[in-house]
Design a protein around this ligand. Structure first.
Ligand code: GDP
Length: 192
């Protein structure tokens, strides 16, 4: 995919703020600190369109990015960050669930899992819910942090623990490995 233009469009806290022009969307979901902002920036070839932060749990809105004027990346708030209050977490959850349930133009959800660790119970619960609702792929992030042989072992672990038959794609925002595979999947979705 050649990314000619990529721009931040809006951050929303209510469904009424979502864009209404029907452009297809890909949503990014994952635990705080999994590397979601880094992956979005790497896919778009932009250094800091999505915020990369050493402080987890900071993105509190659903952020929409328009790509090539023809589709969107949608960055959903990270889950599983303990330092966020119960009330705040419940609010995120409502917002994310509302988006994932209702959003018509959503083509696929990219569920991000850190390749170094087995998925947590949170990841398993979120994945099961997503698989029931949407087309999903798993992106195993930070692949540069493990050896090549370990990558395949971890991909199988992720498949087993999540009990999923969704594709699991190892990727690295740092070395850019695997990004072409992610784009190939998204391009196929767009061409269907
Ligand atoms: P988010 O909270 O999910 O948006 O995660 P960020 O994109 O802010 O990344 C969290 C931390 O992981 C930051 O310190 C990043 O530099 C680091 N990180 C993200 N992606 C990668 C990657 O592919 N490789 C490595 N080595 N570090 C990464």
């Amino acid at each position: 995919m050649v990314v000619r233009t990529a721009e931040f469009e809006l951050g929303s806290v209510h469904a009424r703020q979502w864009p209404q022009d029907g452009l297809p969307e890909f949503a990014f979901v994952g635990r705080s600190n999994v590397g979601k902002s880094s992956l979005i920036n790497a896919l778009l070839g932009r250094r800091s369109l999505a915020r990369v932060s050493a402080t987890p749990g900071k993105t509190r809105e659903i952020n929409f990015y328009r790509v090539n004027g023809s589709f969107r990346f949608v960055d959903l708030p990270g889950y599983g960050y303990a330092a966020v209050s119960q009330a705040e977490r419940a609010r995120f959850q409502r917002m994310i669930t509302e988006y994932l349930r209702q959003r018509g133009p959503l083509l696929r959800v990219l569920h991000l899992i850190d390749i170094r660790h087995d998925p947590t119970q949170d990841d398993v619960d979120v994945h099961r819910w997503l698989r029931g609702a949407r087309a999903v792929c798993v992106v195993a992030t930070k692949a540069d942090k493990v050896s090549r042989s370990k990558r395949m072992v971890q991909v199988r672990r992720i498949q087993t623990v999540l009990r999923t038959d969704a594709p699991v794609l190892p990727s690295s925002a740092t070395t850019r490995e695997g990004l072409d595979d992610v784009w190939a999947l998204l391009a196929a979705d767009l061409n269907q």
